[in-house]
Design a protein. Sequence first.
Length: 158
Amino acid sequence: MSNKPSAKAIARLNATTLFPEIRKEILLNPALSAIRGFFIFNITKRGVPMTEWYMLLQGFEAPAVVSQKKPEIPKAKDRDEQPIPVAIFQLEDSDLLNFMSGGLTGSRGILSGKIKIAGAIELAEQLEQVFRKAKGPEKTQAYLEQKRIKSERARARL
């Protein structure tokens, strides 16, 4: 038996729906990617690693990348330029939903142990601002409502 999660299990994750929505929102509103940072999200379910998502925000220098494929991080052009800071998040799929909706802040998530962050911790706060500006809380609530309706319809068919 393989330890790798099935494609079906990954497809059911909140992350599989939420990250493509983040990508769309950032492409529609490039001002959201005004910060510079490389974010790695290790998503787990009941402590089992499930998937990884990458978000590369380069300010206004280049389009943002939100993908399951690790993008190439650009090198500093000269000695005075700072490298792109990196923040690595590890969190449960359900906590990702709470983080994006504003129900779980980075600092509360860290203190409670629901979010583990390595690297440039200050990026977590900046990322929360991106989620708020993208109307993440409102859109996440709409996503949850759609999910609830689908679940009720599925139960009604049984």
